[in-house]
Ligand binder design. Structure first.
Ligand SMILES: C[C@@H](O)C(=O)SC[C@H](NC(=O)CC[C@H](N)C(=O)O)C(=O)NCC(=O)O
Ligand code: NI
Length: 130
């Protein structure tokens, strides 16, 4: 049976990103591996082992400190019990809330957006509102 394993994001500062996904969003660092011949490091973060749930693959190219995210990237969505409380929690931990919690435009799903250190948007979707 096929399933989504991970979404890959290129990041400019690996520890900064690991700290955000673990300390601000509550994920675990699942595994990390250096590839010196390719001058890059991969770090996988998530809420459960990769055998059970999809992860985010943080790709750090040692010689690239920043990226243009472009206009095509949208977001990675996380389920939260309470989007309003989740935004307060992210803010209290120094994270950036770019769209406060509330029903989505043209719909009823309760969402919020936060941004990771590279500016990638992470959507918070309130459980039970989809
Ligand atoms: C259902 C939830 O997973 C969503 O992502 S809906 C969020 C909604 N998306 C759009 O409006 C998509 C079309 C838009 N033109 C685009 O290309 O992003 C969204 O971003 N709503 C904004 C809001 O503030 O509600
Ligand atoms: Ni979405």
């Amino acid at each position: 049976m096929r399933r989504i394993l991970h979404t890959m994001l290129r990041v400019g500062d690996l520890q900064r990103s690991i700290d955000f996904y673990t300390q601000v969003l509550g994920m675990k660092l699942l595994r990390q591996h250096d590839y010196p011949d390719g001058r890059f490091t991969l770090a996988f973060v998530g809420y459960a082992p990769e055998s059970e749930a999809a992860a985010i693959e943080l790709t750090y190219n040692w010689d690239t400190p920043a990226y243009e995210l472009g206009s095509g990237y949208g977001h990675i969505a996380l389920q939260v019990d309470d989007a309003y409380a989740a935004c307060d929690d992210v803010r209290s931990k120094g994270g950036k809330v770019s769209r406060e919690a509330g029903p989505m435009k043209h719909g009823t799903t309760v969402i919020a957006f936060v941004e990771d250190p590279d500016g990638y948007k992470i959507e918070l979707i309130q459980r039970g509102t989809q």
